[in-house]
Design a protein around this ligand. Structure first.
Ligand code: HH2
Length: 235
């Protein structure tokens, strides 16, 4: 009601929509991470930490890391792959630009070689249920439905029955690449056998105690916390 001289509801709605205080809608995005040069595991772990610094975004889940055979030219090292889920307010092309900046920080050089080796690849896989066909960005990622190194880690963190727009259910797609999935090695949280309890650091919304060891820098400590997050893998 517009009693007391206040705006009517249609006017109020318009005011809210045009207000600079309007909260931008958050969307769930799945990102694929891959690396096969210059200590690829470290590249991926570091990139996961960098994702936490994306503005207007929160990392809400991270898959295990997997060692995978290269798809495409076989004369290149194995890859380390993972998938992360973020909630973000960033528009798709703004997110793409931010991810490409992280790739560049990892020394990624785009030399035009398709499916060639790389220090870090950050791919936008899914943006909610959106389908985008822009010159710079296609979503869902055009090859994701046939790649075990994407579908496997994605299945670890996706809700049951997730639909890939235009491609079908994740479970069915993963079953179709079972042979390739069988070659992937899921990495343990800590291959070194050390225990990770001696400092305190945050990963996402959780705090982890990693206080028995000492870490020379914040990054090493945060990485340890991230591994502690994956500690159930060891059990
Ligand atoms: N990434 C690409 C090619 N082969 N194989 C494995 N196992 N893991 C990967 O991450 C991987 C791979 C590159 O794929 P894409 O990003 O689609 O290609 P490009 O960037 O060359 O267009």
């Amino acid at each position: 009601m517009s009693s007391r001289g206040g705006p009517r509801s249609a006017e109020r709605k318009q005011m809210v929509e045009s207000s600079s205080e309007t909260p931008t809608q958050r969307v769930t995005v799945y990102l694929g991470l891959g690396a096969n040069l210059s200590d690829p595991r470290r590249q991926v772990e570091q990139a996961l930490l960098q994702l936490q610094t994306l503005p207007g975004s929160e990392v809400t889940a991270v898959s295990s890391l997997y060692r995978t055979l290269p798809v495409g030219p076989a004369d290149q090292p194995d890859f380390i792959n993972a998938v992360a889920r973020i909630d973000t307010q960033l528009e798709p092309l703004v997110l793409l630009t931010a991810l490409q900046q992280i790739e560049r920080q990892h020394g990624r050089i785009r030399n035009g070689q398709r499916w060639g080796p790389r220090t870090l690849d950050l791919d936008i896989l899914l943006i909610g249920e959106q389908v985008l066909a822009l010159p710079q960005l296609c979503v869902p990622h055009p090859q994701m439905h046939c790649r075990a190194f994407v579908l496997g880690p994605l299945a670890e963190i996706a809700p049951p029955g997730l639909e890939i727009p235009g491609q079908g259910r994740l479970d069915d797609l993963l079953a179709a690449v079972a042979d390739e999935a069988g070659t992937m090695v899921r990495l343990r949280a800590d291959d070194s056998g050390r225990s990770y309890f001696s400092a305190s650091a945050r990963f996402g919304a959780s705090e982890f105690d990693v206080s028995e060891n000492h870490y020379h820098d914040e990054l090493a400590c945060a990485q340890a916390a991230w591994r502690a997050h994956r500690l159930p893998d060891l059990l």
